[in-house]
Design a protein around this ligand. Structure first.
Ligand SMILES: *Cc1c(COP(=O)(O)O)cnc(C)c1O
Length: 249
């Protein structure tokens, strides 16, 4: 199937799942996860109506941005962000989904102040604990959001998580429930400059579950662009490798 057809299929699935869950399809935002995808194929996807690009690696994203910056698309950064990449990420990112520690918040704030601009961010939470070291621990999430909200360079617009890599749907669902729970807590806390507008959760293998659990932003790569050759371990260096996962499955 072509990228266009895949994209239409994904949108159909999102719409059907949303309706079944009592939500409006147009309230679910699709981010196309474009790591490893060549610029010309990303261009096809944009022209087929995909209007948000999500990239994982700063240097890779910058190269693609050079080629594609005149296309009508928003650029989100969804990968692990090292503090020494802050200057470069701000060359292209309209939103960062993966803010997960105070040292990063401080670095981003410094740079944003220098540039005299603000930034939309999501706080990444590690809802699967044992699998990953990225993302703030659920028990520390509210505190990180509060501290981040003190910097007026940010608009905290929600939360992001990566669900557990497993075939066990109950465990995947549990991750999403944890994120939704923190989201609800934060709504009750009504923190200045924090809007719980987006719950970014769900990928090709689990976006339907995520939508059922309250996601309104899904990040989808494989289902649009096909399988990747590069192992995910390259993009998530500290995550378990595919071999580890296979052993575990
Ligand atoms: C790669 C990636 C996705 C999309 O994964 P697929 O399984 O290809 O849909 C979503 N979120 C993040 C953070 C990613 O790195």
């Amino acid at each position: 199937m072509s990228i266009k057809e895949n994209l239409e299929q994904v949108r159909q699935n999102i719409a059907n799942t949303a309706r079944k869950a009592g939500k409006r399809p147009e309230d679910i935002t699709l981010v196309m996860a474009t790591k490893t995808v060549e610029p010309e194929r990303i261009r096809q996807a944009i022209r087929a109506g995909g209007n948000i690009i999500g990239e994982n690696k700063v240097q890779e994203a910058l190269k693609k941005y050079e080629v594609l910056k005149d296309e009508d698309a928003e650029w989100h950064f969804i990968g692990h962000l090292q503090t020494n990449k802050v200057k470069d990420v701000l060359k292209f990112a309209d939103m960062i989904h993966s803010v997960d520690r105070l040292s990063l918040v401080e670095k981003l704030d410094q740079r944003l102040q220098q540039e005299g601009r603000s930034l939309d961010i999501l706080i990444q939470i590690n809802t699967s604990h044992e699998e990953s070291k990225y993302g703030v621990a659920p028990e520390d999430a509210v505190s990180l959001v509060k501290q981040t909200a003190k910097y007026d360079t940010f608009r905290v617009l929600g939360l992001m998580t990566i669900g557990l890599f497993t075939k066990d749907e109950i465990k995947i669902r549990q991750c999403f429930k944890v994120l939704k729970g923190i989201h609800d807590t934060l709504i009750n806390e009504a923190i200045n400059r924090v809007q719980m507008k987006y719950l970014s959760m769900g990928m090709s293998g689990d976006y339907q579950i995520a939508i059922e659990e309250g996601a309104n932003m899904v990040r989808i790569g494989t289902a649009i662009f096909g399988a990747r050759n590069t192992p995910d371990a390259y993009y998530w260096p500290s995550e378990k490798t595919d071999a580890d996962r296979a052993r575990q499955a």
